[in-house]
Design a protein around this ligand. Structure first.
Ligand code: AMP
Ligand code: MN
Ligand code: MN
Ligand code: MN
Length: 286
C-alpha cells in the first residue's frame, strides 16, 4: 500500500491544484495521501470534493505544515488527521497568514533596495489566493532572470543572511504542537535533516520535540540516501517517536513524485499503524 503523508498544492507553494494533485496521486496508485500545505488548510475541501466527484480510489488525510520557531531556527511541523475547522487551529492559521504577508512585503522592500524591483508583486501574483512563500519569490526571480535555479536563488537571495531574507517570527514549536493536538491531530517533525543542523543539534531537536509532546518524525522522504534513512529510523526509536514518510511533493520534476521511493525501515513504528482507516484499507486492498 502506497502512503504519502507530505504534499503541497496551489493553496501554498505547490504547482498542482488540489484536484490535479489527488488525480495524480490516484494515477500513481497512492492509497493514502496527506495534503500538508504551508500554514493553510485551504486546499483540503477541493481535494475532498474531487475525490468524491470522480470516485477516486484514494483516502485523503487532512494535514498542514506549520512553520515554527525553535531556538531561532525555522522548524516545520506537520499536523495529520487534524480537524480543519478547529477554532484553535483557525486562529493560528490567521496569525501565520498575517506574518507571511508582512514578511513578504518586507522581502519585497529589501530586494528592491538591492535593485530587484517588484518582487513582492511578482511573487504575490504567482501565489494567487494561496499562502505566499519564499518559493514564489524564487520562481519570480528565476522568471526575470536573476538566477537560473531555485537552489542558487535561495543560496544568494532568500536564505538566512542574504539580501532578501527577513528574520522570521513564526509561532513557537511547543505552541504549534499543542494547537495540532487541540485540533485532534498528531504532530510530525518534518524533514529533520533539512535544517542545516549538525547531528548534535538534530538530536537536541528530537529530544525537545519529544518532550514537548511531539508524536512522530519523518524518516522516509523521496530522494534520500539509504544511510540517512536508516539513521533517522534509529533516532525515531531512540527518541520514542513514531515514523512517517512523505515525498514533500511540490511539482512534477525529474526526481520527486507522489509516493515515490518511500518505505520505512522495518525497525520503525509507522504513525498510521493504529489508524482505523489504515486497518480498513488493509482489509479492502490487502
Ligand atoms: P517559506 O515557508 O516561505 O519560508 O518558504 C519555504 C519554502 O521554500 C519551502 O517549503 C520550500 O518549498 C522552498 N525552499 C526552502 N529552501 C529551499 C532551498 N534551499 N531550495 C529550494 N527550495 C527551498
Ligand atoms: Mn514548500
Ligand atoms: Mn518543509
Ligand atoms: Mn513541505
Amino acid at each position: 500500500m502506497l502512503i504519502d503523508l507530505h504534499s503541497h498544492t496551489t493553496a501554498s507553494d505547490g504547482q498542482l491544484s488540489p484536484k490535479e494533485l489527488v488525480n495524480r496521486a490516484e494515477n500513481r496508485q497512492v492509497h493514502m495521501l496527506a495534503i500538508t500545505d504551508h500554514d493553510t488548510v485551504d486546499g483540503l475541501l477541493d481535494a475532498k470534493k474531487a475525490i468524491t466527484d470522480n470516485k477516486l480510489n484514494l483516502t485523503l488525510i487532512n494535514g498542514i505544515e506549520i512553520s515554527t520557531n525553535w531556538l531561532n531556527h525555522e522548524i516545520h511541523v506537520i499536523g495529520v488527521n487534524i480537524d480543519p475547522s478547529s477554532i484553535a487551529l483557525t486562529s493560528l492559521i490567521t496569525e501565520q497568514k498575517e506574518k507571511r504577508q508582512a514578511r513578504a512585503i518586507e522581502m519585497g522592500l529589501r530586494l528592491s533596495k538591492a535593485n530587484i524591483p517588484n518582487a513582492y508583486e511578482g511573487a504575490k501574483s504567482l501565489a494567487g489566493d494561496g499562502a505566499i512563500t519564499r518559493a514564489h519569490f524564487a520562481r519570480y526571480l528565476i522568471q526575470i532572470g536573476v538566477g537560473s535555479s531555485n537552489k542558487k536563488i535561495f543560496q544568494h537571495y532568500l536564505s538566512k543572511g542574504n539580501t532578501g531574507y527577513v528574520p522570521h517570527h513564526w509561532v513557537n514549536l511547543d505552541h504549534a504542537i499543542s494547537i495540532i493536538h487541540q485540533a485532534k491531530g498528531e504532530a510530525i517533525l518534518a524533514h529533520p535533516t533539512h535544517y542545516n543542523l549538525s547531528n548534535k543539534w538534530i538530536r537536541s531537536l528530537l529530544s525537545s520535540f519529544k518532550s514537548l509532546g511531539g508524536d512522530a518524525m519523518e524518516v522516509a522522504m523521496g530522494q534520500q540516501e539509504p544511510s540517512k534513512r536508516l539513521q533517522l529510523a534509529l533516532w525515531s526509536n531512540e527518541y520514542g517517536l513514531k515514523a512517517s514518510q512523505g515525498s514533500d511533493f511540490h511539482f512534477v520534476g525529474q526526481w520527486r513524485d507522489l509516493g515515490k521511493s518511500l518505505a520505512l525501515p522495518d525497525i520503525t513504528t509507522p504513525i498510521w499503524i493504529k489508524w482505523p482507516i489504515f486497518s480498513q484499507l488493509t482489509k479492502s486492498i490487502g
